[in-house]
Design a protein around this ligand. Structure first.
Ligand code: 5RP
Length: 249
């Protein structure tokens, strides 16, 4: 009898584990996510980033809330981060009425020695930038592979309005940027949580003046935001496969 009831449960668990893909550099990502979660104090309002590294942060933060009674409120940067925070039973802030946060913790796709970054691989760049900008500190968590001498190998995500999007893509291309509209395997054009599209721009490598490229791209009216995160990063925690962490202040 016991045998009969346990086997289906075990099978469900195994199926669940098999369907969750393990991210590249998972050990370093989890180590850095855990270190960031250890820095959060009771009473803080916390921006929750998106992506696999941020997801480890949210998991460890949730664990601290449940096990240590850590008392925080969170502002997720995507529907995915919101879902995870709710699952972890982390209280959510009413973002409509919130004007600042104590800290935001998020990953990145590339970080250069001047703490300039490319983000938006997961398509959440607009909300990530709003949350980073309204936080007293923007704590960045990356595995060592994200550190680069120069930005530009990772495609720059640019959030654009669906309104006249072909014209916006044409204007990007006229300015010399090769832009491809991001696609979703099931739904055609990829849609952000804001109902917009993403144009992935392959920059010329090395990207020596990201500030100029940001201004140039942002000057197109159909562009909502770029994935350049410049002058935003506070401390950067870098995780390594042996689980040690380096802090860039
Ligand atoms: C999502 C992001 C992510 O922070 C970035 O893509 C890094 O992702 P990951 O931690 O999965 O490597 O900007 O929009």
């Amino acid at each position: 009898m016991m045998f009969r009831t346990r086997i289906p449960k075990l099978l469900t668990l195994v199926k669940k584990m098999a369907s969750v893909p393990v991210p590249k550099n998972a050990i370093a990502k989890e180590a850095v996510g855990k270190s960031a979660a250890a820095l959060i104090e009771s009473g803080m309002t916390v921006g929750l980033g998106s992506g696999t590294t941020a997801s480890y942060f949210i998991a460890h933060l949730g664990r601290r809330c449940r096990k240590e009674g850590l008392d925080i409120k969170a502002a997720p940067t995507s529907s995915h981060a919101l879902k995870q925070a709710q699952k972890e039973e982390i209280p959510i802030i009413d973002i409509e009425t919130c004007i600042s946060l104590d800290i935001a913790v998020d990953g990145a796709d590339e970080v250069d020695p001047q703490k300039r970054m490319i983000k938006g691989g997961g398509g959440a760049l607009f909300r990530e930038k709003v949350i980073a900008n309204m936080s007293k500190e923007f704590l960045v968590i990356v595995d060592e592979t994200k550190r680069v001498a120069h930005l530009g190998r990772f495609p720059l995500a640019v959030e654009i309005s669906p309104f006249a999007y072909m014209a916006t893509l044409a204007q990007l291309r006229n300015k010399g940027y090769s832009a491809a509209l991001r696609q979703d395997a099931r739904e055609g054009h990829y849609k952000t949580d804001n109902g917009n599209y993403i144009a992935d721009v392959q920059l010329e490598f090395p990207c020596i003046h990201p500030e100029k490229d940001h201004e140039n791209i942002h000057s197109i009216p159909g562009v909502i935001e770029t994935g350049f995160f410049l002058k935003l990063a506070g401390r950067i925690l870098v995780g390594f496969p042996d689980k040690h962490i380096e802090i860039i202040d």
